[in-house]
Design a protein around this ligand. Structure first.
Ligand SMILES: [Mn+2]
Length: 338
């Protein structure tokens, strides 16, 4: 009579719903709460939050990142999304869920990092690929440690998109700094220095003695100056070719501040002169599609400093979508884009 089909109206009958309606999981994906849920659902990718800001040394607020990234989604569930260029439908190819948040303990980095490591281990033990939404970059230490323990210590490649190297031994004596995560992973043997590829570095860090240490341990660092000279596509192609001769498994860590502050103002330590949104999204997609990833985190989204329309959280959300699309492309045997 009123043009609607007969029967009661329910969300399950109308799965396309506005973004602001319902439980705010990532992209309105189903929620899994235990490893058994992941196994029962045969989940390929589990997206979890690490709402932690306790190891940040700059402008605080990254603990609000996961919620902002989750909320910044499109006006319908992603199941019908098709990636225009590749024509891949990532959510038809892969089962993806939201796994909730790790148990962070305010003021206690040691306990929080132990919980984060266990959170990622749980996801891996269920056979799912973890994507962790930070949180400050300190979380990469426990998260990548869990992945290295799963696939073999020293047998994990790390692709690190960031304006900062995060290779300081400590900050004012505090080893739990978000500037030290990559350093600890290498010094503890979780990841070997020559298996670390950093892309987008710029600014006035690190100081010479830390840059010397990076050279000594064999980190492959690609500074923005190289990207300006050669172009991002060429740098990514070279980096992926080099990484492909290393370990079979790769962890992708994306600090949103690798993007230029004009594209990602909502972050604690913005560095002018970075990637555009367009470049970052393609870089993430290419890493996932051409090299393949077994885990990812995206960190340092700080809603308190975001522009009014939340463009930083939106960019981070899209980075996750591109990683899922790239993973789907790889599963379907789509080649690279270059
Ligand atoms: Mn970082």
């Amino acid at each position: 009579m009123d043009g609607r089909p007969p029967g009661p109206i329910s969300l399950s009958r109308y799965p396309v719903e506005p973004a602001w309606l319902g439980i705010p999981t990532f992209g309105k994906l189903p929620l899994c709460q235990t490893p058994d849920d992941l196994r029962a659902g045969e989940v390929d990718i589990a997206i979890g939050g690490a709402p932690w800001d306790g190891t940040n040394q700059d402008r605080g607020g990254a603990h609000l990142g996961p919620r902002a990234i989750r909320a910044s989604h499109l006006a319908s569930p992603p199941h019908s999304h098709r990636h225009h260029a590749s024509r891949v439908s990532p959510f038809e190819t892969l089962v993806v869920c939201d796994y909730g948040d790790a148990h962070v303990v305010v003021g206690d980095p040691a306990l929080t990092f132990r919980n984060l490591q266990e959170f990622v281990r749980e996801i891996l033990s269920a056979g799912s690929l973890p994507i962790v939404l930070g949180g400050d970059h300190g979380i990469t230490w426990p998260c990548a440690t869990a992945v290295a323990e799963h696939y073999g210590r020293g047998e994990l490649a790390l692709i690190h998109l960031d304006s900062h190297a995060d290779t300081a031994p400590d900050f004012q004596g505090n080893r739990y700094s978000h500037s030290s995560s990559i350093r600890h992973l290498i010094e503890e043997g979780a990841v070997r220095g020559e298996h670390v590829t950093q892309i987008g570095l710029r600014g006035y860090f690190p100081p010479p003695e830390i840059q010397d240490w990076m050279d000594e341990v064999g980190i492959r660092a690609h500074y923005m100056t190289e990207i300006e000279d050669r172009g991002l596509d060429a740098v990514i192609s070279g980096a992926l070719a080099a990484a492909s001769s290393g370990p079979a498994h790769a962890y992708l860590t994306v600090d949103i501040d690798v993007a230029d502050p004009s594209c990602a103002p909502g972050t604690g330590a913005p560095e002018p002169g970075g990637l555009t949104s367009r470049e970052l999204l393609k870089a993430v997609r290419r890493v996932a599609a051409e090299l393949g990833i077994v885990a990812m985190d995206i960190v340092e989204v700080n809603p308190a400093y975001d522009a009014g329309n939340g463009i930083t959280a939106r960019l981070a959300h899209y980075c996750v979508l591109e990683a899922i699309t790239g993973t789907a492309m790889r599963k379907l045997g789509h080649g690279g884009e270059e």
